[in-house]
Design a protein around this ligand. Sequence first.
Ligand code: GAR
Length: 219
Amino acid sequence: MKRVVVLISGAGRNLQALVDAERDGRLPRCLAGVISSRADAAGLQRASAAGLPAQVITPGVFADRAAFDAALVRQIDAWRADWVVLAGFMRILTPGFTAHYAGRLLNIHPSLLPRHPGLRTHAAVRAAGDTQHGATVHFVTEALDGGPRIIQGALMVRPEDTDETLAERVMVDVEQRIYPQAVAWAVNGRLAVQGAHVAALDGQALHQPLSLDDLEAGF
Ligand code: GAR
C-alpha cells in the first residue's frame, strides 16, 4: 500500500474528495495523514471525521521558511509518505522541500496553467476576459505553479459569473474530479516525471496535460 500525506490550509474540499474517493474505491486505501498550516482550517474537521491522523504545523512559530519546511518534512517522513499531495496548501515551499519530494509531490491549482499562476485566479480570469477557466494537477518543482502538468479540466466562463460562482464550478466540476484521479494514478504506480520537465502516465510523456475528455474515455 502506498502512503499519501495531504497538506491543507483551508476548507479541505479537495481533501474531502480524496476521502470520498478512497471510501468508494476510486482511490486505493492510501491516506496516511493530514498536515494543516492553520489551526483553524475547516479541513481538520474533515480529517477527523474521516479518522485520519492530523497535525497542525503553523509557520509563525518557526524562525524562517527553511525551519518550517524542515518540520513538515519530519512529520511527513514520520508517516512514511510515498506521495505528498498539496490540497489548498497556501505556503510557498523551499527548494530544499521540493527537492526532497521530487517526483512524488503533487499540487492542484485553480487555473489552466500556464495561465494565471499565483493567487486570486478566478478574479484574474474575469479581469482578462478569458472564455475558459479550470484547474490543473501538476508535479511540484521549485518553479511556482510551473512543474510538469498532468491533467487539466476546463469549463466555459459565463457572462454572469462572479469570482464565487467560478470558484464553485471549478471546485465541483473540475478539481473534485481530477485530483482523486491523479492521486489514484500516482499510488497505482502509473505516474512519473520523465527527464525533469514532463509528466508521464504509463510511460507515455504528457506533452499536453490530459483533459476531462480523456477521463471520460477511461484513462
Ligand atoms: C482550491 O481551489 C485549490 O485549487 C486552491 O485553493 C483551494 C483550496 O480549497 N489552491 C491554490 O490556490 C494553491 N495555490 P480546499 O481547501 O477546499 O481544497
